[in-house]
Design a protein around this ligand. Structure first.
Ligand SMILES: [Zn+2]
Ligand SMILES: [Zn+2]
Length: 152
């Protein structure tokens, strides 16, 4: 058990909860205590104080969170991005990317617990898919206007 930071919040620069005199650089994602530069421990996107960062379940939770983010958090958006990139090379992937992008965007819900994000990835898939589609349509029209076969 570590006590929360002793009313240092009212001071101009908060001090580390464990090392008085050391300037705090942030608050622990788990216990909320101020930590100093030397003891901050990073797991994924969060930073913890020395005692919390050393707890095995903290690293475990972060791993689960990353796994969840990679597998469960709006996979449609990620697929949209992948298809969008593929659509620049393979024509059929472009409309697919746009469909996935739209579906992915609809799923984004930051109010949900945990929040469903990746709006940027869905948007990127949508835009890349659109670019791919426009590019390939232009290519086909150009080939046709030249009277050449579509495939070399
Ligand atoms: Zn902590
Ligand atoms: Zn410290």
């Amino acid at each position: 058990m570590s006590a929360p930071a002793t009313s240092t919040a009212l001071q101009e620069t908060p001090c580390c909860a464990h090392h008085p005199g050391q300037e705090a650089v942030g608050t622990c994602a788990r216990c909320g205590a101020f930590y100093c530069e030397a003891e901050s421990i990073r797991h994924g996107e969060h930073t913890y104080c020395e005692s919390c960062g050393g707890r095995p379940e903290v690293g475990h939770l972060e791993r689960l969170e990353r796994l969840w983010d990679a597998r469960e958090n709006n996979p449609l958006a990620r697929h949209a991005l992948v298809c969008g990139l593929a659509g620049l090379v393979v024509p059929v992937a472009a409309p697919l990317a746009m469909g996935l992008g739209v579906a992915g965007l609809r799923r984004v819900n930051l109010e949900a617990t945990p929040p469903i994000g990746k709006r940027q990835q869905a948007l990127a898939g949508l835009v890349l898919g659109g670019l791919g589609l426009v590019g390939w349509t232009g290519f086909v029209l150009w080939r046709l206007s030249q009277g050449r076969p579509l495939l070399p």
